[in-house]
Write a protein that binds this ligand. Structure first.
Ligand code: FAD
Length: 434
């Protein structure tokens, strides 16, 4: 069993880890000072690709094409780039014990890693139907998607069951992206979710109506208001039927489950202050424990513009929080400081020929603008959210680069809105004037 010491350890090998490593490299680290420890077998990559280009039937995205940090237009950190930059990349290594007081991490193999400064970047893990005791949920070909190993299983199942029947459990963005990917791969796809419309955490009923009709037109069947309550399998263990709580049942060769995720904080339970299910940090991603930072999905941080503590499970924040933490660490070493994190929430998704972006907060009243006819070949529409007379959130499907920039600007500026009718009439030109 080995013992190794580093000045800095980034625990996790996902999006935040990649962007933190890049920022350390920008700021300058000496060889052997920094280690990235990941249970994944590959260097950090842009996770959103897994539910999009990775599943294309042709021209699929594959590593090394989407290693960090290509997602934000930066330099790609290939596995060998870490070495060149003096960063030790310790892969296929799961940390099973963390002692923040002793500043040590212990791997499943018993190796001990000591650090002076730790960045926790462990991200989230999927919620599994087996966790809820759903009967038959351990059958083969009931799949989840978080890491590249999961995506490889989906790709294998797509190949093995070509043209078969797929049931997608969950109506969030993973459910929507996976339904699209399976349909593009010629599967007969049924989506099942309990809510009255898809993506209810963000979409209004009006926005969701567009996507549901668009998906239906593409041949995806949508069953709402019920859940998967059990599965039956062939004698070989492969799933063959999904039972729904409303009494119906669906044949299935593949089931993909996207019912949510939870932040991976259990290693640190009782050792660090938590808030809203995540590790509580300040505006520099410093936790309650000296020399320990938390970034990305696991961090509950002050969202300055809303005067609120939030946890954000989106890729843009995972990149920016990682960069902020490293800048803060390096500035503090020189006796300086950096500006507080002042984040504008941003989230996007892509499926079929669709692409949307959202900025800000989806609270208050909402109004739709533009052409949301799902039969149009190039739908372009959006929505604003208005709270206390101000525009606080902006969404657009099919926006071009300048329009998406305008969405960000309006959500940041939070201008007064005269009336919902006026906003609906002006549409994207309202944001473009900000
Ligand atoms: P992660 O990227 O999940 O990385 C966590 C890393 O820590 C992993 O490598 C994991 O193996 C490792 N780890 C965890 N525990 C341990 C341990 N004990 N020991 C060692 N290593 C450990 N967001 C968007 O805004 N738009 C999108 O379109 C979008 N698409 C997505 C598609 C998919 C399929 C998924 C899963 C997520 C998507 N997201 C999207 C969300 C976004 O990818 C996450 O918010 C982001 O990856 C979070 O970064 P992170 O570094 O905090 O966590």
């Amino acid at each position: 069993m080995a013992e190794k010491s580093f000045k800095y350890i980034i625990l996790g090998g996902g999006v935040s880890a990649g962007y933190a490593a890049k920022e350390f490299a920008n700021q300058g680290v000496k060889p052997g000072e920094l280690a990235v420890i990941s249970k994944e077998a590959v260097a950090p990559y842009e996770r959103p690709a897994l539910s999009k280009g990775y599943l294309f039937p042709e021209g699929a995205a594959r590593l090394p094409g989407f290693h960090c940090c290509v997602g934000s237009g930066g330099e790609k950190l290939l596995p060998e780039s870490y070495k060149q930059k003096g960063i030790e990349l310790i892969l296929s290594t799961e940390i099973v014990k963390a002692d923040l007081a002793a500043k040590t991490l212990v791997s499943a193999a018993g190796d001990v890693f000591k650090y002076e400064t730790l960045i926790i970047a462990t991200g989230s893990t999927v919620l599994r139907l087996t966790d809820f005791g759903v009967k038959g949920a351990d059958s083969t070909n009931i799949l989840y998607l978080r890491e590249i190993d999961d995506a490889d299983k989906v790709v294998e199942a797509i190949k093995a069951k070509k043209g078969g029947k797929a049931v997608v459990v969950g109506g969030g963005y993973i459910g929507l992206e996976l339904s699209s990917a399976l349909r593009i791969n010629d599967f007969d796809v049924t989506m099942v979710f309990p809510e009255p419309w898809c993506m209810p955490r963000l979409f209004t009923a009006d926005i969701a109506a567009f996507y549901e009709t668009y998906y239906t037109n593409k041949g995806v069947k949508i069953i709402k208001g019920t859940v998967a309550s059990g599965f039956t399998a062939h004698p070989n263990g492969e799933v063959n039927e999904v039972q729904l709580k409303d009494g119906r049942s669906l044949e299935a060769d593949i089931v993909i489950v996207g019912v949510g995720a939870k932040p991976l904080t259990s290693l640190f339970k009782g050792q660090v202050e938590e808030d809203k299910g995540g590790i509580k940090t300040d505006a520099f991603f410093k936790t309650s424990v000296p020399d320990v930072y938390a970034v990305g999905d696991v961090a509950t941080f002050p969202l300055k513009m809303y005067g609120d503590m939030r946890r954000v499970e989106h890729v843009d924040h995972s990149r920016k929080s990682a960069e902020q933490a490293v800048k803060a660490i390096k500035a503090a070493e020189g006796g300086g400081t950096v500006e507080e994190y002042d984040y504008l929430p941003f989230f996007y998704s892509r499926s079929f020929d669709l692409s949307w972006q959202f900025y800000g907060d989806n609270v208050g009243d909402s109004v739709l603008f533009g052409d949301s006819n799902p039969s149009n070949p190039k739908p372009r529409f959006g929505a604003y959210w208005i709270q206390d007379g101000k525009v606080v959130g902006a969404f657009m499907e099919g926006g071009c680069g300048d329009e998406n920039k305008a969405l960000a600007k309006v959500a940041k500026a939070r201008p007064v809105a005269e009336s919902l009718d006026e906003l609906a009439k002006q549409g994207i030109s309202f944001a473009a004037k900000i």
